[in-house]
Design a protein around this ligand. Structure first.
Ligand SMILES: Nc1ncnc2c1ncn2[C@@H]1O[C@H](COP(=O)(O)OP(=O)(O)OP(=O)(O)O)[C@@H](O)[C@H]1O
Length: 576
């Protein structure tokens, strides 16, 4: 371009050299565009591959967490969010920076060379200007990273309020209690707080950028002034001036872009510390390595003490409990007595602070947790309903049987669910969800609370090879008829199996081989139903309380009639 201008300024020229130079300039421009597009495409491929790799590593790491404590720690939740955010953006930013750096780096080297060739001292001036620009950018990057960290809990709160207003789970109560404006107000307050933090960082960044721009303008101005002055004195050409002006503008643009890209990478790298912290972080439970043999004798809790936090109250206080193989143990207690906690410890979702849990005499802490859990089949009180098909919802209990339609159907039948499923538009392939369409774009369905509970229990039933069956409040959502049937079915299936049952409906547990009453984290009573009734303690009081509320002279005859009818003709459908 410089040659072209100098030729034109020098006076009339032949057409061929001018056209040749113009063609050269056009080709150079075109090549730059093509290289730019190519590098964008390669960059997109690279960044996609890196993001997939990093995101996959993060999910695998989280999946490897043995215990539950991290999931109940807000600061870990924040860290996870930042790690995911960093994993999402930093590889992109870095790939972009690498490509931009390559592209702009070549351009910058060319421009700097050109400028130095025209007026060498500009090199020093540019260097002097680059140092504060870099430092300013670095300070901005640190502020961005710090703001992202400070914002994480605020954003989680904001998403939480938004989800309450937009998702199905709270829609009922939000309308019933008129909570829409209340949650909207809270969401806006957190949003405003977050925006203020971000704006403060942006303000600061704008100030720094303005300072850098002024510095660049001064350096550029000095350079252009000197070269123009030299041209006026005849020691430089007009082409030199034109080239210098263009190179200064292009250089400053390229450097600005590079620096801000570098700033984003620096902020991303700072955020990636959260990613590495998650990836390299220790688990709250150390996983064992030993294989888990089939249960032959018993599971025993020996002097187990547990609390959810070091400063919190003891939830289990020296619990001793044996679950002999082939027997059913019923766990009873008031709300908050520690029943579910005990179940979670048995599944090694937490470790006891003192005492041990022995599996045929071996501390379960030495076992590989995943293997131990494969030997246990548990349904929790707060079970999950997945936005998947009925078959998948049951198959979740044993992934190896998820596609075995027959096994899934048998598990559903055992829980009295098959009739209801058959009536669904796509049977077992019906989506249990109001958020997603099914495979054939059919709308999903929502089952009743009791049906969902049976779906969850069917998962445990599907896992029929397990050594220990744990049911935590399996029938709380079932109607009386369903409960009766379910217990009859489960008792039959449990025969000879080992089980731990937790229930507030004491009638459902009276046939258990052993009943254990937990009170404020301690075993208060143990024995069979008859023994505990004779002892006239807590169990007898609770049982009598429940029994008296049902007492009516007409009851016995009616129950006999109903159960007799059900057994005779199957006319009482559990899944009706
Ligand atoms: N994740 C947790 N973090 C902190 N405390 C907890 C947690 N889960 C339960 N707790 C506390 O531990 C105590 C025992 O709870 P747990 O759920 O084991 O009782 P429960 O006997 O199963 O009660 P319910 O009959 O109501 O189901 C309660 O005081 C509860 O507040």
């Amino acid at each position: 371009m410089k040659l072209l201008i100098d030729r034109l300024v020098a006076g009339p020229q032949g057409a061929a050299p001018i056209l040749l130079l113009a063609l050269g300039a056009a080709l150079a421009g075109g090549a730059a565009v093509v290289i730019g597009e190519l590098s964008m495409y390669v960059g997109a491929r690279v960044q996609r591959a890196v993001t997939l790799h990093v995101q996959s590593g993060l999910s695998r790491r989280v999946n490897r967490l043995v215990g539950l404590r991290h999931f109940e720690d807000p600061s870990y939740q924040d860290r996870m969010r930042l790690a995911a955010q960093a994993a999402d953006t930093t590889p992109n930013e870095t790939a972009m920076f690498a490509l931009e750096g390559l592209r702009q780096g070549i351009a910058v080297t060319g421009f700097v060379g050109t400028l130095i060739a025209i007026w060498p001292p500009i090199g020093l001036l540019l260097l002097a200007a680059a140092v504060p620009a870099y430092l300013g950018q670095r300070a901005t990057a640190h502020r961005h990273a710090a703001a992202a960290q400070a914002m994480s809990p605020v954003q989680r709160r904001q998403y939480y309020y938004r989800s309450l207003m937009t998702e199905r789970r709270a829609a009922k109560e939000v309308r019933l209690f008129g909570l829409g404006d209340f949650f909207h107000g809270r969401m806006m307050a957190t949003l405003t707080r977050g925006t203020n933090v971000e704006l403060a960082v942006q303000r600061r960044a704008a100030l720094i950028q303005s300072g850098i721009a002024v510095l660049n303008a001064v350096v550029g101005g000095i350079g252009v002034g000197v070269v123009a002055w030299r041209a006026a004195r005849g020691s430089a050409t007009v082409g030199d001036v034109t080239l210098f002006v263009a190179a200064v503008a292009a250089l400053q643009g390229a450097l600005g872009g590079l620096l801000s890209s570098l700033g984003r990478v620096q902020a991303g790298v700072l955020l990636m510390r959260h990613y590495t912290a998650v990836m390299d972080g220790t688990d709250d439970l150390v996983d064992g390595t030993n294989p888990v043999p089939p249960l032959r004798h018993c599971v025993e809790l020996r002097d187990v003490w547990f609390r959810y936090s070091p400063a919190g109250p003891w939830v289990l206080r020296g619990v001793n409990l044996t679950i002999p193989v082939g027997q059913s143990v019923g766990l009873v207690g008031l709300n908050g007595a520690g029943k579910t906690t005990l179940v979670k410890i048995l599944c090694r979702l937490y470790a006891p602070e003192r005492g041990v849990i022995l599996w045929d005499g071996v501390d379960i802490a030495t076992f590989e947790a995943a293997q131990l859990r494969r030997r246990i089949s548990a349904t929790f009180q707060d079970f999950v309903t997945y936005d998947m098909t009925v078959r998948e919802n049951i198959g979740i209990g044993d992934l190896s049987k998820m596609d075995d339609a027959d096994r899934v159907r048998r598990a559903a039948t055992a829980c009295g669910l098959s009739g209801a499923v058959d009536e669904l538009p796509e049977g077992y392939e019906t989506m249990v969800s109001l958020s997603f369409f099914g495979a054939s774009e059919n709308r999903g369905v929502m089952l009743s609370g009791g049906q969902l509970q049976r779906l969850a229990i069917a998962r445990s039933v599907l896992r029929d090879g397990a050594d220990l069956l744990i049911l935590d409040e399996p029938s709380s959502g079932l109607d009386a008829m369903a409960e009766h049937h379910l217990h009859a079915t489960l008792s039959a299936r449990r025969a000879g199996g080992t089980s731990l049952l937790v229930s507030h409906r004491l009638g459902a547990l009276r046939d258990a081989d052993l009943l254990v009453v937990l009170s404020e984290g301690e075993v208060a009573e143990r024995g069979t139903h008859d023994e505990l009734m004779a002892a006239e303690g807590v169990y007898a009081t609770l049982f009598s309380l429940q029994a008296t509320s049902y007492q009516d002279d007409r009851v016995t005859q009616r129950v006999d009639d109903v159960v007799g009818l059900a057994h005779a003709g199957g006319i009482i459908r559990l899944d009706s």
